[in-house]
Design a protein around this ligand. Sequence first.
Ligand code: 5GP
Ligand code: ZN
Length: 114
Amino acid sequence: MEDCLFCKIAAGKIDTDFVYSDEKLVVFEDINPQAPVHLLIVPKKHISDLNNLEEKDNKLIGHIYQVAKELAAEKNIAESGYRIVSNCNQDGGQTVYHIHFHLLGGRKLQWPPG
Ligand code: 5GP
Ligand code: ZN
């Protein structure tokens, strides 16, 4: 996906510091953080949004949650608490159409979200 921002970041074509990376995903800080900890967990594979997830992606999604849990511990928010969010389409607030998971923490988060 040549014109996809997160494909470019994941491929190292845009200078970005990765908090974590492996063969399946990259993690970096959100450019517009909404909490003291705001990381974006981004699969290297281009999937536009949650509606386009396939059964064969189940292992990848499980891996994302395992990495999120480990990063929450590293960032010292495991005990205080955190949130993992994936926004889907317009009403969900999605702005980048390459699936990603926000890891937010370090402050009391509102519920329900606005
Ligand atoms: P969404 O709105 O699709 O759920 O999340 C996209 C997120 O990507 C937003 O929180 C936005 O701040 C972040 N973002 C957009 N462009 C960039 C960028 O070039 N670099 C980084 N690090 N984050 C970005
Ligand atoms: Zn992409």
